[in-house]
Structure formats: C-alpha cells, structure tokens
Design a protein. Structure first.
Length: 160
C-alpha cells in the first residue's frame, strides 16, 4: 500500500457536483493538540470529527444536484461524515481518527463520498529540527555550496 499523507488545516477539498470545479479550504475545529508538517504551530491534523460547516467558505460554487429555472442553486457545503480515515490512531481530545488524503466526505445533498481531498495541505519544508537530526557530511554532499549551521540557519557559501 502506498504511503498516504495526513490531512491538515488548510487542505483543499472539492465536490464532484460543483458546476465549475471549485475548491474550499478545510478548517480544523475539533482538536488543538495534534500537528503535522510543522513544529506545532499551524497545521492541525483534521479528523473524522471535523464535520458540519468546517470549510472556510462552506461552498463549492453552484451545485449540479440543485437545478432551478435559472441554472443551479448555490452549494451550501455541510459535511455529515468522513470515510477512509486512519482507524489505527485515535486522538484522546476529540476521539477522532486522522483524515488521509484519500478520505471522502458526505454531503446531505450530494450524498456519500462526493467531497474529496484535492490537496492534503502539507508542504515540504526543512525545519531546524530536520537540520539538527541530519548528518552534516551527508548534507554537504547533497547540498554543496550551502553551510548548514543549525544556530544561524542555512547560508550559501560564496565562492571567490
């Protein structure tokens, strides 16, 4: 099985019934202790307990499941449940399981699994913790021309 990322605060979601594919940003509202992809500052892990109006705008534009005489009615995104979450981990704070990038959300209008994760929200970035736990010789070979001074940050070695 391929490795799957945890979904974090600022992940983007998309509904398959959006008239013109729009995304909305996921907000984690049910827990405040479990972070991924940073040093415990911004990227809270989303769980299957993040339901209801848990998106930034709570809309994916116009909904194809709601036709009207003048086109389609606006989407009012409300997530009633998530499927495909990671069942082997349960957070004590909210009794929730982490969402994975393959998790799907259910909307009362679109039905089961109509909302998907377009981007899990994690970004590749080197932190001070990564530098501290790295082998300086290996880093020097991988990044020639860079000085990996943990206390003063990454600096380019200027050649004369």
């Amino acid at each position: 099985m391929a490795e799957k990322h945890y979904v974090v605060q600022s992940a983007t979601c998309q509904c398959k019934f959006s008239e013109s594919p729009q995304t909305d940003v996921l907000k984690v509202k049910t827990q405040t202790m479990h972070f991924a992809n940073d040093e415990g500052e911004e990227k809270l892990v989303a769980t299957n307990k993040d339901i209801g109006k848990t998106l930034e705008k709570n809309t994916f534009g116009k909904c194809k499941m709601q036709p009207s005489s003048s086109g389609y009615l606006p989407c009012q995104a409300i997530i009633t449940q998530w499927t495909g979450f990671y069942e082997k981990v349960t957070y004590e704070e909210n009794k929730g399981n982490p969402l994975l990038e393959s998790s799907k959300g259910t909307c009362p209008i679109g039905g089961p699994d109509c909302i998907s994760i377009k981007n899990h929200g994690q970004t590749a970035a080197m932190t001070k913790k990564n530098a501290e736990s790295s082998n300086p010789e290996t880093l020097n070979q991988l990044l020639p021309g860079f000085n990996m001074d943990v206390e003063r940050g990454i600096r380019i070695i200027e050649s004369k």
